[in-house]
Ligand binder design. Structure first.
Ligand SMILES: NC(=O)C1=CN([C@@H]2O[C@H](COP(=O)(O)OP(=O)(O)OC[C@H]3O[C@@H](n4cnc5c(N)ncnc54)[C@H](O)[C@@H]3O)[C@@H](O)[C@H]2O)[C@H](O)CC1
Ligand SMILES: [K+]
Length: 521
């Protein structure tokens, strides 16, 4: 699914009006009708108090149309016009007239108005600002939003939670509507997925308002969502006449005294993700534990007892994933930097491999093209330097990936896969996955996919998706708190089965439509 920016949504609007020969008031009527239908289906005529807060732009216009339709169907509605500006959009004015023609009189709110009385059982519909917010609202509007949030009533935001910008972080998250549910048009907005703003969007849903399909299909979006339905075509079935050599050889390199478990998790994940052969390469202290833990995995050691002092170059048929639990001591650093210069094909770089790189930026040019980098937030900061907000983080990460021709992940509640100036945002995963070793499992899955022949970008996008699904499937059994990295391993098989179509597509879509609260890990 494409994630359009503001200009593209306004453009979609224009194309729709021209292609369907309708007016913008007609499109607003259609959008609000979809909202009405959505609400009516859930409320079934319930006699609750519905408070619709409208701005004076087209988001407010949507609210006025909705108010009219709800009243016509017997609902009890209070309409408020939040007078944040003296200019009003033509569509707003048209619909204000239509509202008054039906003897529905809004209450006008300005900086001196008392906050309307609200009860936790009421429904608030938030149509104050949509995608048009471009500067901080006046302080009294922030206070109004704060009061709506603290009413404990369910808040349905239309298109965007009011006070949230399309393209930058908010100044004060207390002064933004904290939406229980957002019904949005033209696709989800980038801010729904970013930690600083995503926490204000508990659930979101796209309403199809019949925007021009030709435009939506043709427009090039910088950000897209990674979703199961679209990944099914990338999934490779295993052939009846294949053998283990068909699916490549993953070489997982890492570990140090006390951190051999990271290599064990990654190696098992590579195995469970379809690699034909997996070798774990650890310092000598890891030999016995790994051989005992993972009978299917071959174990290779390097000379150091507690840390690697040499690293294997890797054979032609091997695909390497390196860095988990490896340490950053001087001997490992030296070994890693020499190793990196020998690498010619894409590798997966994780954890301490990235920490060593960050400490030696002169080595960046040696990262093989199309390599996949999987830093956690701390490692990312060391790699890119500090950022002031989520948008700068994305820009820096995009630039890094473009400059070094690699695939860089920003891991989090919605992991972003960045490459070639674009970002793909993952739709799977849950807060239970913020647990020790979860990243090692992800690195192992991606290395396994890479080894078994998936091109690097597909291995990265498929890897983050499957990792999240494995976590989601297992969390249904364990809950969030008791989900562990080993638990995620147990869900990999089911995630693959689902992707390969053994579970019906409808079930996959049901899972994906559950957009739950965004939590930063
Ligand atoms: N294709 C679609 O997605 C459709 C969307 N619809 C709805 O229209 C709004 C966008 O409407 P717009 O009038 O452009 O923006 P807003 O309603 O958000 O109004 C903002 C309005 O106010 C000005 N402004 C911006 N910031 C401030 C501020 N801090 N203080 C005061 N004034 C401010 C700004 O210049 C605008 O004029 C979209 O979200 C949907 O809800 C259509 O109804 C259907 C098609
Ligand atoms: K809104």
């Amino acid at each position: 699914m494409k994630i359009l920016n503001r200009a593209q949504i306004y453009e979609a609007d224009k194309h729709t009006l021209a292609a369907q020969e309708i007016s913008s008031t007609d499109l607003m009527e259609r959008a609000a009708t979809r909202i009405f239908e959505w609400l009516d289906k859930r409320l079934q005529g319930a006699p609750l108090n519905i408070h619709i807060f409208c701005g004076i732009g087209n988001n407010g216009g949507d609210g006025l149309v909705l108010a009219r339709q709800l009243v016509e169907h017997g609902y009890h509605v209070e309409v408020y016009v939040v007078k944040y500006s003296t200019s009003r959009s033509p569509e707003f004015l048209t619909n204000l007239k239509r509202l008054k023609a039906r003897k529905i009189w809004p209450e006008y709110l300005d900086s001196d108005s008392p906050i309307p009385e609200l009860s936790p059982e009421d429904l608030i519909v938030d149509c104050v600002f949509g995608i048009g917010l471009n500067r901080p609202p006046e302080p009294w509007i922030g206070l109004l939003f704060q009061a709506l949030n603290s009413s404990k009533a369910f808040i349905l935001s239309i298109d965007m939670p009011s006070g949230m910008y399309m393209d930058r972080p908010v100044e004060d998250s207390e002064k933004v509507i904290s939406a229980s549910h957002v019904l949005t048009f033209g696709g989800p907005k980038l801010v729904f997925f970013l930690p600083q703003t995503g926490s204000l969007v508990r659930q979101w849903e796209v309403l199809d308002i019949g925007l021009d399909k030709g435009y939506l299909q043709g427009v090039e979006a910088q950000y897209t969502m990674i979703q199961g339905g679209q990944l099914q075509s990338a999934y490779r079935t295993r052939s009846k006449f294949s053998h283990k050599g068909t699916y490549g050889h993953a070489l997982i390199v890492g570990g140090s005294q006390g951190k051999i478990g990271a290599v064990a998790l990654a190696s098992k994940a590579a195995l469970l993700s379809g690699a034909g052969l997996v070798t774990a390469c650890v310092p000598e202290c890891g030999y016995i534990p790994l051989q005992s833990l993972l009978p299917e995995v071959m174990v290779q050691t390097t000379p150091g007892m507690e840390q690697h002092v040499e690293l294997p170059e890797g054979a032609a048929g091997q695909t390497m994933g390196i860095g988990m639990g490896m340490g950053t001591g001087p001997a490992v650093q030296k070994a890693f930097l020499s190793w990196l210069k020998l690498q010619k094909k894409p590798v997966l770089l994780d954890a301490d491999a990235l920490n060593i790189l960050s400490a030696n930026p002169e080595a960046f040019p040696f990262i093989p093209g199309q390599s996949i980098l999987t830093p956690h937030p701390g490692e990312l900061k060391r790699l890119l330097g500090a950022w002031k907000d989520d948008f700068e983080k994305l820009d820096k990460a995009l630039e890094f990936a473009l400059k070094w021709k690699c695939i860089l992940l920003i891991k989090g509640a919605h992991t972003v896969v960045l490459h070639s100036g674009k970002g793909e945002i993952n739709s799977t995963g849950n807060p239970g996955m913020a647990t020790a070793g979860s990243g090692d499992v992800l690195s192992g899955i991606i290395t396994g996919l890479l080894a078994s022949g998936y091109p690097p970008i597909q291995a990265a996008r498929l890897g983050v998706y499957l990792h999240g699904r494995a976590g989601d499937i297992m969390a249904k059994e364990t809950g969030y708190e008791a989900l562990t990295a080993s638990g995620i391993l147990s869900g990999i098989g089911a995630a693959f089965k689902e992707l390969s179509g053994e579970v019906t597509q409808t079930e996959v879509q049901d899972e994906e439509s559950e957009n739950t609260e965004v939590t930063e890990d």
